[in-house]
Design a protein around this ligand. Structure first.
Ligand SMILES: [Fe+2]
Length: 284
């Protein structure tokens, strides 16, 4: 490595904000180490810069290609991990993804599936409890959830779904319980027509995310939790394009008949969420 050059660049850093100085200095060191390792040709260096410029051109108010790129490289999950450490018995967090939007308030047990997917998909009952890490129920916790339909589309991607379809805002009861009825989501591809998709093809990767439901849970005195529940048996569980799968978040839907005010056969998923008390510290 050209240590002298790296030192010269670092010596010029005089950031008024020390954290900015720390971040940019580390970036400089890692970028130079990258060049030292990869030894790019000038054509490759130019292609890399053009790739980033094109990524910017894909960004619109409704689509952030840089976030997608970050997801596909595991960067989003890495940042999530370093910011959400907690006790072993907490429910791990997982990335929010790009499809969250305000959900309609719904009653306990309500159907969140109100579009054409209701007549096609496999009915599912999803329920569980919101708890503190030590198992204490958290009555009044809010459970905000969203999912794709059986064809892999969210309401914002599908003219056949009304806004708010397959979304719901629930309040946990006095024992911390929540419940809703829906249809089984399917795995889906992330948008692959931009630079993130080009990168995936260039390195021989698929764009699929395994079937999942998204949760955002809040309760007084606890850290908000953003996470997923993934459905066991999905062929893409081991190769999620966004690297968001954690084994504690995988549940196997159980085939059922009867109960939960369901007419015919359905699948049941039970998923408890354990939130970390505010002020938790390692070893504390
Ligand atoms: Fe999703």
């Amino acid at each position: 490595m050209t240590d002298k050059l790296v030192r010269q660049v670092l010596d010029q850093v005089d950031a008024p904000d020390p954290r900015v100085g720390e971040i940019v200095s580390a970036l400089i060191v890692h970028l130079h180490a990258f060049v030292d390792e990869v030894r790019p040709t000038e054509a490759e260096w130019r292609a890399g810069l053009a790739f980033l410029a094109e990524t910017g051109r894909w960004c619109t108010p409704d689509r952030d290609e840089f976030v997608l790129l970050s997801d596909m490289l595991g960067l989003t999950s890495a940042v999530d991990d370093v910011n959400h450490a907690g006790p072993d018995n907490m429910t791990p967090s997982s990335v929010e993804g790009p499809f969250h939007s305000p959900a309609p308030v719904r009653e306990p047990g309500a159907w969140i599936s109100e579009g054409p997917e209701r007549g096609r998909g496999t009915p599912m009952v999803v329920h569980g409890r919101v708890l503190s890490c030590d198992g204490t129920p958290l009555p009044g916790a809010t459970v905000d959830l969203w999912q794709a339909a059986d064809d892999g589309l969210y309401d914002s991607q599908d003219d056949a779904q009304r806004p708010g379809n397959l979304r719901g805002l629930f309040t946990a009861d006095e024992e911390g319980r929540y419940c809703f009825r829906t249809i089984r989501p399917s795995s889906y591809p992330v948008p692959a027509d931009g630079t993130a998709g080009r990168l995936l093809r260039a390195i021989g990767r698929h764009p699929m995310r395994p079937a999942h439901l998204h949760y955002q849970v809040t309760a007084p005195g606890h850290r908000p939790l953003t996470t997923h529940v993934f459905l066991a048996g999905d062929p893409h569980l081991g190769s999620d394009a966004a690297f968001a799968v954690k084994e504690e978040l995988v549940r196997r839907p159980v085939p059922r008949t009867g109960g939960w005010e369901m007419d015919g056969p359905y699948e049941e998923v039970e998923f408890d969420l354990r939130l970390v008390p505010l002020g938790w510290a390692p070893g504390g």
